[in-house]
Design a protein around this ligand. Sequence first.
Ligand SMILES: [Zn+2]
Length: 193
Amino acid sequence: MLAPFVKTGVKIFEQTIKKIDIVQEWVQDNFHKISPLFPPYYGKSARFLPYVVHTPYFIDDTPPGAYDFTLEQNGKLKIPIPAPCQGTIRRTRFQGKNGSFTTAHGAGQIVELMCDGTNYYWLMGHLVQGSPPRTGTRIKKGQSIGIQGLTGRTSGYHVHAQIHYHSGQRITNRKITRPFVENYIKFLRKGSY
Ligand SMILES: [Zn+2]
């Protein structure tokens, strides 16, 4: 007497599996459309060992919306900065201790990384002069985008980070940027190997 019920159960189970397959397929096919909604910090990454990330002066309002954090590995500070996303080097420039306030005042060696499938890019400053890859270089997530340094107006090794829209406009709303930066720091602390 149980056989028909078992059969029905198996059928429902099979149908459910099929539906899950369809959803998975749809997500894969449409990932480029929905990916701008997600910070692209998960998935494949170049290999690197976990970083210690110090955030005593995390919030930096010069200019508004920026973040500061210090990377450390095996007690060293002059170390590669892993890319927060897969993308392309948008621009690099060295501006010493000065430079426009609206972009990145006194941020020394700057690198900008456009994240694939999104409408924003990261700007990082105080890198070792000349350490970022050239404009147009394709970058894997986790790959080095330069060396943490002391250029510009800083008294200690740290990364100054800002997130900008493609238009160049800096995103000052931390409700938008904070999850990106926190995800990035989680990614650095976890490592990829
Ligand atoms: Zn800063």
